[in-house]
Design a binder for this molecule. Structure first.
Ligand code: MG
Length: 379
């Protein structure tokens, strides 16, 4: 409060959070800080600063040139890794606000969650994993950590973005997920649930728009059938394009409402007094059993009919062959690797440095580099 007796119009981050967040949320005031201690910012909290650092990083911007599921050759309607990330952040914030979690932390976690994807998404990841089989493998989650801790350059005296331990822990728990369900803050769990909500909806949208599947055919799935019924009940005589949009809108709304209602009911039942209690309890932010089952059916369908569509399988195979060839080329002649990654070779070896360089590329930069250096000249 100002000493002249006037009421202050500003509110500190701690005051805002004390007013708005539930006891089970992560509070900025109890943050464990950063590896390299920094003084507090006058009006941005620690997680807001993390969000901004991620947003302004070059790895984040490059997500615009990385495929989510569909490639640039297939048009410009569908999601890229960047627009997917933005949708995840928006949906996660909506749910986080409703269940009174820390929105700044949620946003930072959402913006960073896919930052480590190599070109050509999971196809790129699989082939780099194969290339590094004897060196501990490659995962986009682990590479995301490498990016924000080591490869991004922001400060003169140390590498990386110097993010808070809470954001790094979130990414570590994504790495650990391959070894079972790790204990994690509710904000981390929420971003995970929002990720699945988001891709289930937008992959449905993109697949129908691209003509890989028909909405009619998808209506055999209970969750799509329910959305379709809702749309037909509430809107008369929509054309095909608008029906698809309305169904996808409903698909998001249905999942988000379910996550909020189911989580709130469970949180009320548990009645956690602190974040630590919530983390240790084994409680998970997840869809209700009914919607959870319906989502699994939808995901099975998307897997079989969309992700394994012959058109996509072909794109992925071609990309994997080229990535493998580029990797072998860099390993055989490390002088082709830019200086920044050559420096890394001293600590991580030529194979990891080559994979790190390739993983940072956008799809189109990868293609340009490949055409320039590795394309076999036709006779
Ligand atoms: Mg994602």
């Amino acid at each position: 409060m100002p000493s002249d007796g006037k009421t202050s119009l500003t509110m500190s981050v701690a005051q805002r959070e004390a007013l708005l967040l539930a006891p089970y949320a992560t509070f900025s005031a109890t943050s464990r800080g950063r590896e390299h201690p920094e003084s507090e910012h006058p009006y941005r909290g620690p997680f807001q600063r993390d969000r901004d650092r991620i947003l302004h990083s070059s790895a984040y911007r490059r997500l615009s040139g990385k495929m989510q599921v569909f490639t640039g050759e297939m048009g410009d309607y569908h999601r890229t890794r960047l627009t997917h990330t933005q949708e995840v952040a928006t949906i996660a914030r909506t749910i986080g606000r409703a269940i009174r979690l820390n929105e700044d932390l949620i946003e930072a976690l959402a913006l960073v969650h896919d930052i480590g994807h190599p070109p050509y998404g999971h196809a790129g990841e699989d082939v780099l994993n194969e290339c590094l089989r004897d060196e501990g493998g490659f995962s986009h989650n682990q590479y995301g950590l490498t990016l924000v801790r080591e490869l991004e350059k922001r400060f003169t005296s140390y590498p990386g973005l110097n993010l808070t331990y809470e954001v790094l822990d979130g990414q570590v728990s994504r790495v650990d997920k391959s070894r079972g369900q790790p204990q994690a803050a509710l904000e981390v769990q929420l971003v995970d649930a929002a990720d699945s909500t988001t891709y289930d909806a937008h992959d449905t949208d993109d697949a129908i728009k691209l003509g890989l599947v028909a909405l009619d055919e998808m209506s055999q799935l209970p969750i799509i059938d329910e959305c379709l019924r809702f749309v037909r009940q509430h809107y008369a005589a929509l054309d095909t394009e608008l029906i698809r949009k309305a169904v996808v809108h409903r698909l998001i709304e249905l999942q988000v409402t379910d996550l909020i209602e189911f989580s709130l009911a469970e949180l009320n039942r548990w009645n956690f007094a602190s974040q630590a209690e919530a983390i240790q309890s084994g409680f998970r932010i997840q869809p209700s059993p009914v919607i959870g089952e319906q989502k699994r059916e939808l995901e099975k369908f998307l897997y079989a009919r969309v992700y394994r569509h012959p058109q996509l399988v072909m794109v992925r195979q071609r990309a994997q062959e080229r990535i493998q060839k580029m990797f072998a080329g860099f390993v055989a002649d490390s002088q082709l690797i830019p200086r920044k990654y050559q420096h890394r070779m001293a600590t991580v070896g030529v194979r990891r440095a080559a994979a790190d360089y390739i993983a940072g590329m956008t799809d189109s930069f990868f293609e340009e580099t490949f055409a320039e250096r590795f394309k076999t000249k036709s006779p």
